[in-house]
Design a protein around this ligand. Structure first.
Ligand SMILES: Cc1cc2nc3c(=O)[nH]c(=O)nc-3n(C[C@H](O)[C@H](O)[C@H](O)COP(=O)(O)OP(=O)(O)OC[C@H]3O[C@@H](n4cnc5c(N)ncnc54)[C@H](O)[C@@H]3O)c2cc1C
Length: 551
């Protein structure tokens, strides 16, 4: 799969500015709350966003098909920005992108030439994969695509039967890409909305993202020509779906960041004005260091990681499924925590529908469910990093640790040594859990996945802090403090998971296991420079002071 390298930075900025202008004009807070309250899909608005005047979707369509040819970094920026306006509207766009992807990655040249310009011209697209009994396990799909043959036995088309569930844009789409089982395996088909036998079920009544349309899609003897089989060969569907996960999961990660940042920004503004016990809330140390700083930090770290992964995709790397999973798991969970903290920060007002944080809290919940749930991401991360660590005999994380040592050599204030020690500790834990077979427990993989996220995301934040310190000396102190604080939390997470996995699967009273757990934790700690774990709260306070200064 070749992806465009992306837009020139000025062009990306222009797209973002256009989006902000449209959002200010068409989606002020009152309108966003009204769409949520009335539970309506803003058809006219979406058509406007797809019109030649705005053409937001053109970012992900290649230039030869009339698009702008944006790369992963551009799409992530646009996704974060859109999610900060309204995640329901952003989700409608995600579905157009997702629905187009099977054609982009697996379509024949003729299919790309035919369909991509039509999508660029403003079609609403839906991606039909999930079924009532095939959610996380897509391979369990039941929708069938039977061959239609002529008198000579040549395949002329396919007859689709089945039902798709939870399809974004399902009731409003012009075009569907539907995954169905052919005799040679799951295959994507392009299906136009007026095809006889295709219908949408009733719109789902949802907890959040109520401005997006979600519906089931029913197919009863839906006939499509053979030319609509994506890629022209049966059985390529799951491969095509997997090929885009590194990329689409990054987009959903960006949604988490956009929602979480919007919520925290609102809570920060509120806390500067809300007086309790004679002073603004933001002046209360516990309020700032519990509700604001850790969430701001987690979002900033998620953005640093997402930027690195997007750049690697734009540079042509393709096997990015695990990185996509890390980006999605970390940033969507961070977005959820941030929105939850924002509700708390507004107290009773945060619980009221009148304030936007209540809506953001409901909206962002979907990001850890769709495009693969958090547990599916934990599974992918846990299993693939386990296998990589074992097959590379620890070299995978050792290389990452060495890169953090190099970052420390460039700037010794950015936590590089701490995160390097955390990554080496991770190696110890994974290799030990492999030896003891504890890692075969799914819960061990899940727990490791969370720590892996902290360590890998933390190493991206360290590198970003080193760059920022060189490029923006006025921000050096806060960037370094943020990276150090995050690195210490990554190390704490490694020490905790080491205990939970070594001792957690041992019998109570098993002294050998207790001793082994202690030894491992000691070995991990010894790689740290003396006193390196001191100073977490001072660094958090530096970040807190920075947040107080923001507009
Ligand atoms: C608003 C919305 C929009 C959506 N849009 C689309 C769309 O446009 N196109 C589309 O195709 N789909 C779409 N989906 C479907 C979505 O991707 C699925 O809901 C999701 O993948 C989870 O599948 P499921 O709902 O069947 O849950 P299940 O797979 O049944 O999962 C239920 C729970 O079990 C856990 N679980 C599942 N398997 C495992 C396992 N092996 N180990 C441990 N835990 C496990 C899950 O993490 C989850 O917590 C949408 C869903 C929603 C709610």
């Amino acid at each position: 799969m070749t992806r465009p390298a992306g837009l020139a930075p000025e062009m990306t900025e222009m797209v973002i500015q256009t989006l902000r202008q449209v959002a200010q004009r068409e989606l002020p807070d009152a309108k966003v709350l009204e769409l949520d309250e009335q539970d309506v899909f803003p058809h006219d608005l979406i058509r406007k966003l797809l019109s030649p005047d705005v053409g937001l979707h053109l970012v992900f369509i290649p230039e030869y098909a009339g698009g702008l040819g944006g790369g992963a970094r551009d799409i992530c920026k646009v996704s974060e920005e859109m999610a900060a306006v309204d995640l329901g509207v952003a989700t409608a766009f995600l579905a157009i992108c997702l629905g187009t992807d099977p054609i982009m990655v697996g379509g024949t040249e003729e299919q790309k030439q035919e369909w991509l310009p039509k999508i660029a011209a403003g079609l609403i697209v839906a991606y039909g994969v999930t079924e009532p009994e095939a959610g996380s396990n897509v391979a369990a799909l039941k929708t069938t695509a039977d061959r239609i043959t002529d008198a000579d036995g040549n395949i002329t088309g396919y007859r689709l039967n089945g039902a798709k569930q939870w399809i974004t844009n399902g009731g409003v789409s012009d075009l569907f890409t539907i995954l169905a089982k052919t005799p040679d395996g799951p295959t994507f088909f392009i299906v136009e909305k007026d095809t006889p036998g295709l219908s949408a079920g009733k719109k789902e009544e949802k907890h959040g993202i109520r401005a997006s349309n979600t519906a089931s899609v029913i197919m009863e003897d839906v006939e499509v020509p053979v030319a609509n089989l994506v890629g022209g060969v049966e059985g390529e569907g799951l491969k095509q779906a997997n090929a885009v996960f590194g990329y689409t999961r990054l987009m959903v990660g960006a949604f988490g960041l956009g929602c979480g940042q919007n919520a925290i920004d609102r809570a920060l503004r509120y806390s500067k004005e809300r007086i309790q016990f004679g002073a603004p809330l933001i002046e209360k140390e516990g309020f700032l260091l519990k509700l604001m700083v850790p969430n701001w930090l987690d979002l900033t770290a998620g953005r640093a990681y997402g930027d690195e992964v997007a750049l690697r995709i734009d540079q042509g790397e393709t096997a990015m499924q695990v990185e996509g999973a890390v980006a999605k798991l970390w940033s969507t969970e961070a977005g959820n925590r941030a929105a939850d903290a924002a509700v708390q920060a507004l107290g009773g007002y945060g619980y009221s529908r009148e304030y936007m944080v209540e809506k953001i809290r409901r909206d962002v919940r979907i990001t850890s469910i769709y495009e693969g749930t958090s547990e599916i991401q934990q599974n992918i991360i846990g299993v693939f990093r386990w296998k990589k660590t074992v097959s590379s005999k620890g070299a995978f994380y050792e290389e990452m640790a060495a890169a953090c040592d190099a970052a420390h050599a460039e700037n010794d204030q950015c936590g590089g040594k701490i995160i390097a020690a955390a990554l080496r500790g991770l190696n110890d834990v994974v290799l030990d859990a492999h030896k003891s077979k504890a890692i075969r427990h799914q819960i061990a993989q899940f727990e490791l996945a969370d720590t892996i996220c902290r360590c890998e995301v933390g190493s991206a934040l360290v590198r970003k802090a080193v760059r920022m310190s060189a490029e923006c000396p006025d921000k050096a102190a806060v960037c370094s403090a943020a990276a150090r604080a995050f690195a210490r939390q990554a190390m704490e997470s490694v020490l905790e998971v080491a205990h939970r996995i070594t001792a957690g699967f041992a019998e109570p009273g098993d002294e050998e296991a207790t001793g082994h757990s202690r030894e491992m934790i000691q070995q991990i700690k010894e790689r740290l420079p003396a006193g390196a774990m001191n100073g977490l709260w001072a660094d958090m306070a530096v970040v807190g002071e920075h947040l107080k200064q923001l507009d």
